[in-house]
Every structure is written in C-alpha cells, then in structure tokens.
Design a protein around this ligand. Structure first.
Ligand code: OAD
Length: 242
C-alpha cells in the first residue's frame, strides 16, 4: 500500500493526534452493529425501543437480558489489527487521544490507554438512581445497587440521553487543539460525534478518514483512505517505521 508522503510527514511531526472511532473499527472483530445483531429470540424487538430509559422502567428484566446477550457477543470477540495499531500509535506519537463511540472495550483490550468513551462501556454498570458505578454485579435480573437498592443498568448511553459531560467536553477540547485528526470506521452521521472532525478542520488540523465507504465527511478531509481499518492502519504504521 502506498501512502502520500505528505501524510507520512504529517504523522511523523504531529504533536497531538486525535483518533475518533465508530462501529467500523470493530467490524473485523466480528462485532455486529446494533441492528445487525438482532437475531434469534431478539429479532422481534427493535433496538431503538430497548435501548431507552423508558424501556428499562417499563420492563427492566427484558432490557437487562438483552444487554446480557449483547455483552456475551462482545466478550467472545478479540481486538483486531486496527485496534492494535492504534494502541501502537499511542506509543509512537508525543500525544494521542482516542475518542470512541464503541461500547465493546476492544480498544482498551488492545492496550490503548488514553481513551475517551462517548457512549459508555458494556463492561460497566451504573445505578439507575444513585451515582454508583461498578464492573462487578450480582446475579439478579437486573441486579441491585449495593448502595441504594435500586436496579443496576448498563453504563451505556441510551437513546434520548445526553452524552457523559466530561467525555464530550474533553472530546470537543482535544478536537480543537490537535494537529492531526483521524476519523475511522464511523458513518459520521450521529451527533455530536460527527461534529468533532468539523471542529478539527476549522481549527486548522489535518484530517484523515479511513472507511471502505463514502460518508458526509469524505469530501472535506485532506486524505480519504478507502478500505478497511484492519488493513490500512497496519500498512500505515509500517510505512511510518521506515
Ligand atoms: P455505523 O454502524 O453507523 O457506521 C459504521 C461505519 O464503519 C460505516 O461508515 C462503515 O462504512 C464503516 N466500516 C465498516 N467496516 C469497516 C472496516 N472494516 N474498517 C473501517 N470502517 C468500516 O457506526 P457508528 O458511526 O459508530 O450509538 O454509529 C454511531 C452510533 O450510532 C453508535 O455508537 C450507536 C448507533 O446508534 C449508540 O449506541 C448511542
């Protein structure tokens, strides 16, 4: 794979790289997207009607069981070469911030450390009433909060809920101050994540997209690399090493 020399030079001299990822980075780990995942018993349910605070209030057991099943799908998946290369890039660059919309924890499993989770993480639960957050919980469906006794719920952002304030504020800040921004495996349709590359471009950063398909961002970026993240990222990293 041949990359433009201006891209390689920009990567070699960048002081702060921001990488924003979506479901596409996990595609090669076999993780189905929200909608693709609806098979078997769950095919009769619309995910947009399960991933809401109203659904959880109405039928906490149903929503808990659905997430337990989704967590099972993710737990058997392994990070792919795209995740691993991003973790390597974090060691290579003076500063790298990774912003992800994914809740599958695969970036962390690949070794990425500076991760901003915009939509939460399936490996954590939080209390539906108080501010208790945990990575361990009991066997109830749903289990209850050890602090206040209310139901625990997955620590992910549901439809109609705001993004975690600290995460989105940090993402907005780094997107405006980085010198190189990568948008990888995201359809760039869901706001506010879709606004991050726009802010980076407006602030003068070089923007790169890695995606096999065109998105609303494609025509604005400095470099649009067409293909899968699991192939392009390792090739790019190899070129950097030369
Ligand atoms: P989408 O499923 O909307 O888009 C996935 C993107 O990845 C598409 O643009 C694909 O072309 C691209 N893609 C597919 N395979 C790829 C590969 N091997 N390498 C690189 N790119 C690839 O996912 P997101 O943009 O992440 O929200 O969707 C954002 C949010 O919408 C999700 O986090 C979820 C959903 O509603 C919540 O759960 C709150």
């Amino acid at each position: 794979m041949i990359f433009p020399s201006t891209l390689i030079e920009t990567m070699q001299t960048a002081q702060h790289i921001v990488i924003s990822t979506g479901a596409g980075i996990s595609a090669e780990s076999g993780i189905p997207t929200f909608r693709q995942a609806q098979t078997g018993l769950w095919a009769q349910y619309n995910p947009e009607e399960l991933a809401t605070p109203q659904a959880f209030r109405r039928n906490p057991k149903l929503v808990w069981d659905w997430y337990a099943w989704r967590r099972g799908l993710v737990q058997s998946a392994k990070p792919n070469a795209g995740h691993t290369t991003i973790a390597q890039l974090e060691q290579f660059a003076p500063k790298l911030t990774l912003i992800t919309q994914n809740v599958d924890n695969l970036h962390q499993e690949a070794g990425s450390q500076n991760v901003v989770e915009l939509h939460g993480n399936l490996r954590r639960c939080k209390c539906s009433q108080c501010d208790h957050i945990t990575t361990e919980w009991g066997a109830g469906t749903p289990p209850v909060c050890p602090t206040c006794g209310a139901f625990l719920r997955p620590d992910v952002v549901w439809f109609g809920e705001p993004l975690p304030a600290q995460a989105i504020n940090h993402a907005l800040e780094v997107s405006q101050t980085c010198d190189l921004f990568f948008s990888i495996g995201t359809s760039t349709l869901i706001y506010p994540a879709a606004h991050l590359p726009v802010l980076a471009l407006q602030s003068g950063a070089t923007a790169v997209e890695i995606n096999p398909n065109e998105t609303p961002l494609t025509r604005y970026v400095d470099f649009a690399l067409t293909g899968s993240a699991g192939e392009i990222l390792p090739a790019l990293y190899q070129t950097l090493q030369r």
